[in-house]
Design a protein around this ligand. Sequence first.
Ligand SMILES: [Zn+2]
Length: 86
Amino acid sequence: MSRDEVIDIPNTKEIEAYMHCNRCLTEIPLGESPESYARLSIGFTPIGIQVWCVRHDANILHVHFEGQRHPSNQTRQRQTGDPTLC
Ligand SMILES: [Zn+2]
């Protein structure tokens, strides 16, 4: 695949399986969902990308890109009344 090929990467919510901190899952208060209770930091590292639980200061996932670069979509959906456009 050449760099000029267009890859369709949607900027809509396509998550099929959430990543969770196991400790957070055992502590979810009534009325909260795993998604609403999560306090995650997600970011690039020198080797790839990492998901970190802020509440428990613990690693959830660290993916090694093995030196490869991957296409991504960093745009967001435009929302009604949103004055900023991406
Ligand atoms: Zn946690």
